[in-house]
Design a protein around this ligand. Structure first.
Ligand code: SF4
Length: 356
């Protein structure tokens, strides 16, 4: 039986962060207003452990929100000290923190290593200096490069978080950011289309009509290109889009912007649409098409409300278009059947055949 991966999320809202990025209100995003403490860490881990019964589970405690290593070192020790015994007893297998690129130093990394942290995610957002400055990030692209280099020298697994659609950003700049990050060889990435969250400076700009977020369609297209660029280079994208919570939904704290509760699915689905488009375009007047895919990819290939099927049917004047599950097809691969012809295309092969 294969092992399952469980994440125990521990939120550290805004704690210790000396900055005020224009898009951020961590207390809103994490949905937790109290400061995290050692007992909160312990209680959270215990509560989650009770719900995980699999003996072969890989369990990770993840400190999200805020800027973990911007907290005074004594407070970092307090929180990590509460999680470390679980690592020492092998009741959890990894500890992850997320932080800012300019809050990485030898002293900080020595401490993280001492407490068993193995994964560090950096909130990069952009590698474009203008975008960083317009968002009041307070760090530069050089800080990102230096941080990644030091983290790698220590042997941490490195994650990078990119935000698209910020003031001054364009899809081209977002892609340039992804490419600059790929050159640094991180192992994991997250892609967040920027949202206008209540009680942020971005909200003020939005109400003054000085900022207009990209449409959902544009955000999906940009995220699609970034996902392809990362995947092509072997960087695992572990999240696309902010996690919906009770408050992170339109009408509550999401004032405007390309929010969708299943952003990842929209992006995955768009990639499959492009793959089918790429294959079908090469066929002389295709009328009846059958596509076989792994059951895991079935809904992504069809698209929400069958949008991929309607798009392609209309574009190529197709008479019948069927998508069937097939356990014999590898996940990520599509098998296009037209008459006697059967053409297979994996995502990897697709990425090598298009310019990103
Ligand atoms: S550094 Fe992170 S926690 Fe601090 S304001 Fe910016 S996004 Fe929010």
């Amino acid at each position: 039986m294969s092992s399952s991966h469980y994440i125990i999320p521990i939120f550290v809202p805004h704690r210790g962060c000396p900055h005020d990025c224009i898009f951020c209100n961590q207390k809103k995003i994490t949905g937790q207003l109290d400061e995290a403490t050692a007992s909160h860490v312990k209680n959270t881990i215990e509560r989650y452990l009770q719900t995980i019964s699999r003996k072969d589970a890989v369990i990770e405690a993840a400190f999200y929100g805020g800027s973990f290593t911007a907290i005074p070192i004594a407070a970092q020790k307090e929180l990590l000290g509460a999680a470390y015994p679980y690592i020492a007893e092998n009741r959890i297998q990894a500890i992850r923190v997320s932080t800012r690129p300019d809050c990485i130093s030898h002293e900080i990394l020595d401490n993280l290593r001492q407490y068993g942290v193995s994964i560090v995610e950096l909130g990069v957002q952009s590698m474009d200096e203008k975008v960083l400055s317009l968002s009041s990030r307070g760090h530069t692209a050089e800080d990102v490069k230096a941080a990644v280099k030091l983290l790698q020298a220590y042997g941490f697994t490195v994650g990078v978080q990119v935000m698209t659609g910020l003031p001054g950003d364009t899809p081209e700049k977002s892609l340039a950011t992804a490419k600059a990050l790929i050159e640094l060889n991180p192992q994991i990435a997250r892609i967040y289309p920027a949202l206008v969250i209540r009680n942020t400076y971005l909200e003020t700009l939005y109400h003054r009509s000085e900022y207009q977020p990209p449409s959902l369609e544009s955000a999906v297209e940009t995220a699609k290109v970034l996902l392809a660029a990362f995947e092509k280079s072997g960087v695992r994208v572990i999240r696309i889009g902010l996690q919906p919570t009770d408050n992170i939904v339109p009408g509550k704290d999401v004032v405007a912007g390309p929010f969708h509760p299943a952003m990842r699915q929209l992006v995955e689905s768009r990639i499959y649409r492009d793959m089918l488009d790429y294959l079908i375009e090469k066929q002389p007047s295709p009328k009846n098409i059958t596509v076989r895919v792994n059951p895991k990819s079935l809904s992504d290939v069809i698209g929400q409300k069958k949008c991929n099927l309607s798009f392609l049917t209309k574009k190529f004047f197709i008479d019948t278009f069927k998508v069937c599950p097939d356990n014999g097809v590898e996940a990520g691969t599509i098998l296009l059947i037209i008459g006697e012809k059967c053409i297979s295309l994996s995502r990897k092969d697709y990425y090598t055949s298009i310019a990103i």
